[in-house]
Design a protein around this ligand. Sequence first.
Ligand code: PEP
Length: 247
Amino acid sequence: MRRKLAAGNWKMNGLAASLAELETLAQAPAPHQTDRMICPPATLLARAVNVAGEITIGGQDCHPQPSGAHTGDVSAAMLADAGATAVIVGHSERRADHHETDADIRAKAEAAWAAGLTAVICLGESLAQREAEETLSVIAAQLEASTPDGATGTNTVIAYEPIWAIGTGLVPSLDQIAEVHDAMRAQLVARFGATEGKAMRLLYGGSVKPDNAADIFATSNVDGALVGGASLKAADFQAIIDALDAA
Ligand code: PEP
């Protein structure tokens, strides 16, 4: 019932020449049950929209205010104006580098909705929290505090991204992924009701590659992936899309 989602986060990577990768992806046959999204750096966003075809384009972050004296920031309205339909909020790199709190992320998600964007809300535990067996409580607290009231299957996607798995080649076991995703699903159903709680897509992120994608996508309550490094090359991301569409 939920369409799958393969979302690529280019982070602070990509110059104009990188749009050739997106063009290659856009020329591939459309998957049957999988939506595709690329989140390029803000500098490429409008140009990415022009070559993306059926692939949707998202921002990587937004300011909670629609406009104002915030040098260097980009608002959700600006992203929408450039052609984005979604924005990542609360990526662990933003939480770490910019000291973003759950309250900040909740405000950004609300700003995204106000601009008509889907908010891709990221959550994840540190290695120390994982080793202290705090993962479920950490994720539950982040999910509760980062997700605004009014979340629906249309306006919100949740991405579980263990911090220690991002860009490291380390991946939780399939049981560990399932445990977190099942807990997130139960929490969303309890808070938002069965219809919307079951409609929200839950992505796994953290070192998803072509060779581990199929197993991850066969895991309980995994509706897709948020992919960093492997989204930069069309061939790698296409292999992940194909694995997801076949799962
Ligand atoms: C990410 O940064 O969202 C991510 C999942 O990165 P990677 O796939 O490179 O681990």
